[in-house]
Design a protein around this ligand. Structure first.
Ligand code: GLY
Ligand code: MN
Ligand code: MN
Length: 433
């Protein structure tokens, strides 16, 4: 992404903060996995959003109106010995030339320089509560600024998240391009997968097929891949992926790539042997109709809750038709009994994080969808073994999930190209055998 995109984001944050404030945003650190091994590094999304800087141990300070420039970046100093082991460090020169920092300092100078940077700023915008060590330092910097500069020190720590997340909620054209790219990679992976699934394979082999496509495009899973055969599809966050796929079962696959910082999130449900049984098809058609009803309510001016309400009604009508619920549709909606088989919401915001920021309610009311927001639409119906229904339904779990950008006149479904109707899925799975 262009350096000007990050500059625009910092400018937008500053406009919300006002001139009497300063913001401190810390990047992520490395996390140990086991002896001498760290987890793969993933930059904090807020920090990446504002800087594009992907290295551990970095802190951004944004000081509107500062004479030397508003953007101060603290990061690792270049060190030939460490670079021998870990590769090139960005360092202070490139922080300025490539990342737009007006001033760049070694991270080790942070404690010495922060109290001075805080002088004459009334409000310190920061994210307290995420990292106890950082919280202590933020408090210590203010207290030192107070002893050095008296009432010229900040009077309050203020939560930065509402400001920053209001920006992240509305995706820019450049961000939507990145989300399209993540969607394209994920669409291709799900579509190719359909031609490979067969009885006797395992859930982890399904995961491996998707990983292959994600890594081939320099991406990684945006969240642990869910590949649930049979009744495993009824476990919402099933990630064990250890079982064999059985002839006659369904397979629920929920997977999306994170690429260049943006996520996709797609679910499709397939018959392992390539043909839906009558019972599977009946459940599948209910979920598909519910998804269609929800999609029709994704557009500007709609409540965030409208797609969920639309999907829920169609799902409950289906549950009553199939005999899963022994009440009228209105009574089931009223009693909430349907939640036994549909226990999650119909979508969430999507962006740098798979469950993206922004908040679903504003002062107690559901948020109104606006152009540039990206939402998932993902109704499901899950009937675990032992449910009080005819055995033909037991062990069936179906979810269908797409990713939509809200546009000025409706939405653009970024993942619509993955086969979704019964006929399209069966055609995509036909191997010629
Ligand atoms: N894959 C997580 C979700 O669908 O929300
Ligand atoms: Mn989702
Ligand atoms: Mn998902």
């Amino acid at each position: 992404m262009d350096a000007s995109e990050y500059a625009r984001r910092r400018d937008a944050l500053m406009a919300r903060m006002g001139d009497d404030a300063i913001a401190v945003i810390a990047g992520a650190g490395e996390r140990p996995r086991n002896r001498d091994v760290d987890y793969p590094f993933r930059q904090d999304s807020d920090f990446r959003y504002l800087t594009g800087f992907i290295e551990p141990d970095a802190v951004a300070v944004i000081a509107p109106g500062r004479a030397e420039g508003a953007f101060i970046l603290f990061s690792r100093e270049r060190d030939p010995l460490r670079e021998t082991w870990q590769g090139r460090t960005i360092g202070q020169d490139a922080a300025q030339s490539d990342y737009g920092a007006d001033t760049a300092h070694p991270i080790d100078d942070l404690d010495a320089l922060m109290p001075g940077l805080l002088a004459d700023r009334r409000w310190l915008y920061c994210a307290l509560g995420a990292d106890a060590d950082l919280d202590q330092r933020l408090i210590a910097w203010v207290s030192e600024a107070r002893s050095r500069y008296g009432e010229r020190a900040p009077r309050a720590h203020v939560a930065i998240e509402p400001l920053l997340h209001a920006e992240r909620l509305i995706k820019s054209p450049a961000e939507i391009e990145q989300m399209r790219a993540a969607a394209r990679i994920s669409v291709a992976a799900h579509t190719r997968l359909m031609a490979t699934v067969a009885p006797g394979q395992t859930e982890y082999q399904v995961e491996a097929e998707l990983l292959y496509d994600f890594r081939r495009h320099n991406g990684e899973p945006a969240y642990p891949i869910i590949a649930g055969g049979g009744a495993n599809a009824c476990v919402l966050h099933y990630i064990a992926n250890q079982d064999e796929l059985r002839d006659g079962d369904l397979l629920l696959v929920d997977a999306g790539v994170e690429q260049a910082g943006y996520a996709a999130d797609i679910t499709r449900t397939l018959p392992v042997n390539g043909r839906f049984s009558a019972a599977q098809r009946a459940v599948y058609e209910v979920v598909l109709a519910a998804q269609q009803a929800a999609l029709e309510r994704v557009g500007p001016g709609e409540s965030f809750d409208a797609p969920h309400q639309a999907a829920t009604r169609v799902l409950v009508e289906g549950m009553v038709d199939l005999g899963l619920l022994d009440e009228t549709v209105d009574a089931a909606l009223e009693s909430g009994e349907y939640r036994r088989y549909f226990m999650h919401r119909t979508g969430h915001f999507l962006g740098m994080d798979v469950h993206d920021v922004g908040g679903y309610k504003v002062e107690g009311e559901w948020r109104t969808l606006q152009p540039g927001m990206v939402v998932t639409v993902e109704p499901g119906l899950y009937i675990p073994p032992g449910s009080p229904v005819d055995t033909r339904w037991q062990g069936i779990g179906v979810r269908i999930e797409d990713d939509c950008v809200v546009t000025s006149d409706g939405h653009d479904n970024l993942t619509a190209a993955v086969p979704k109707t019964v006929e399209a899925i069966e055609a995509a799975m036909a191997h010629g055998d």
